[in-house]
Ligand binder design. Structure first.
Ligand code: CTP
Length: 400
């Protein structure tokens, strides 16, 4: 189940650290490759030798190993891992992670890690219930980290209550579920478009729009997180991609976007057109800078090709094709019309009437309408979360 998965296990200072010996055995037996990072305090509870022997890898604890002058590169470790599990996560470690403190190798790895992070807290009842700990937990969840709640029972202090590290078998099960759930688009190819297009007027001017590209970039990340091999065709934006599964193609104009999409669309299982493509471009592009002369300056525009409609007209069987509709009036009616005329599997409606949502914002509020007319409205959310909702709908259709 965890075959070939690279798991970085962070062990912090809690009596429950003794349980990590069994946990490592279970992970390795399940096929995972395990590397262990310990906080200095954790070494008081279990020896690095035990964990190194069980994980079949050296255990790291310091930034620098004096004996052989090795720098233990936390960035490399963070990038190596498919998943970072911190078990047990002590109250102190949770506090550091929630506040970006990186004064040991484990907490520095946390800041560098790009992979999903799972935390299994363990501490005494009153520490667990303290507002500070609960606030830290909520904060870590808001960073997208996953929490495996501690169990209830007899604690090392002799008190009874919640605080025991979840059992190793339960932790293993959570990780198995995570991988089964998170790679549902393994082997699938996806094309995503994002950002604005710029239509040149002359060598120094263009017609553009306020699209930031955030929605499309979030969709590309969410698809890649599910294992898809993503081609992201992006108009001009300052955004960066993170997942190694994304290949970025930079374009400028609607025509460039059309050509970049035509190059690859036939091979795709999934196509999501979230770019804000110009509908018109200047009929002629002036070779020299246009000089100001008359009071009135008329610009002749000509229609661009509708990229999505073109792809829809030549859609391979079984491809899931998704479009966006940005509307200011008659939202549902217009969106349904676009769904039909562009031959889409579903359309994502953004209304310009929703305060705080849409262009340039970090948030969005969407309604998904599929070709069976099923309409689902979502609340205002961060674009990364909106992207996950869109990807869920794609997964539902690719598995239908
Ligand atoms: N789109 C496209 N090529 C264009 C224009 C739009 O591929 N030249 C795509 C967008 O990426 C989006 C969908 O079509 O997925 C709808 O875009 P939108 O601007 O809402 O609608 P339009 O079809 O351009 O129609 P209108 O501007 O009249 O609302």
């Amino acid at each position: 189940m965890l075959r070939n998965k690279k798991i970085l296990l962070g062990v912090s200072g809690s009596i429950a650290a003794y349980k990590t010996a069994l946990l490592i055995r279970l992970l390795v037996k399940d096929g995972a490759e395990v590397r262990v990072v310990m906080t200095p305090a954790a070494k008081n509870f279990i020896t690095p030798l035990t964990l190194a022997t069980l994980s079949k890898n050296p255990v790291l604890s310091d930034f620098y190993t004096a004996s052989d002058s090795t720098w233990n590169n936390h960035v490399e470790l963070g990038l190596w891992a498919d998943l970072f599990l911190i078990a047990p996560a002590s109250g102190n470690t949770l506090g550091k992670l929630a506040n970006g403190i990186s004064d040991n190798l484990l907490s520095a790895c946390y800041l560098s890690a790009r992979c999903p992070v799972w935390l299994a807290p363990a501490m005494d009842l009153d520490m667990w219930q303290h507002d500070a700990t609960q606030r830290n937990i909520r904060r870590l969840e808001s960073f997208g980290n996953y929490i495996i709640d501690p169990g209830t029972g007899e604690l090392a202090s002799g008190l009874e209550g919640q605080g025991r590290l979840a059992e190793p078998e339960e932790i293993l099960e959570k990780l198995r579920e995570h991988f089964a759930y998170s790679l549902r688009l393994n082997g699938k190819k996806a094309l995503v478009t994002a950002g604005p297009t710029y239509e040149n007027l002359d060598p120094v001017r263009f017609i553009g729009n306020y699209s930031s590209g955030k929605m499309g970039f979030s969709i590309a990340e969410a698809l890649a997180e599910q294992g898809a091999e993503v081609t992201l065709v992006s108009g001009p934006t300052h955004l960066k991609t993170h997942n190694a599964g994304i290949t970025r193609v930079n374009i400028v104009s609607a025509e460039d976007m059309l050509n970049a999409c035509l190059d690859v669309h036939k091979d795709q299982d999934i196509v999501v057109m979230s770019a804000a493509v110009a509908d018109y471009r200047p009929e002629n592009i002036a070779q020299q800078k246009i000089k100001k002369k008359d009071m009135l300056f008329l610009l002749k525009l000509t229609k661009t090709t509708d990229v999505l409609k073109t792809l829809g007209a030549d859609k391979p069987k079984n491809q899931v094709l998704v479009g966006f509709a940005l509307e200011t009036e008659n939202e549902l009616k217009n969106a349904k019309e676009k769904l039909k005329t562009k031959n889409l599997d579903f359309i994502v409606l953004n209304s310009m009437n929703d305060p705080g949502a849409g262009f340039s914002s970090d948030m969005n509020k969407i309604t998904i309408i599929d070709k069976k007319n099923k309409t689902t409205s979502f609340p205002l959310k961060d674009k990364a979360e909106v992207a996950k909702d869109i990807v869920e709908k794609i997964i539902e259709l690719t598995h239908a």
